[in-house]
Design a protein around this ligand. Sequence first.
Ligand code: ZN
Ligand code: ZN
Ligand code: ZN
Length: 151
Amino acid sequence: MAAHEELLQNALRQRGLRVTPDRLHVYRLLESSPLPLSIPALVEEIHATGMNQTTVYRILELFTAMGVVHPVLIGHGSVGYELIPPFRHHHHHLVCIGCNEVIDLYNCQLEHRIDEIVEPYHYKIIYHDVEIHGLCPKCQAKEAQAQSNGD
Ligand SMILES: [Zn+2]
Ligand SMILES: [Zn+2]
Ligand SMILES: [Zn+2]
């Protein structure tokens, strides 16, 4: 069994909760997805197992409360869920506001800088969240073409 799955099992047991096939299934879907999964996408993936939408919602709520997942914006105000450390490597998102492409950035060098910025407030930092929004090369090309057409 994957090391991360053991972490999940321990976290559930610590709360007196059972490791149900449904919980494990949702976890595995999140783990195998390279991008944050929206609720409709999760429901579609799960449809074949006979799990209903309410169960998916409940599991996501539980996982959020447990610190297993967090909701992230995936463009145009829609929300996706993804695993957070220690279930997944710390990373940030580069989001295209044109086509909603999301790229994971793993090379985070912000920790030290953030410590400096918050130093005067004497906070103990638990985590940080940064999303960078822009236009991908394809959307930049589209925009340039629209402009040259006098749009
Ligand atoms: Zn784009
Ligand atoms: Zn991500
Ligand atoms: Zn970071």
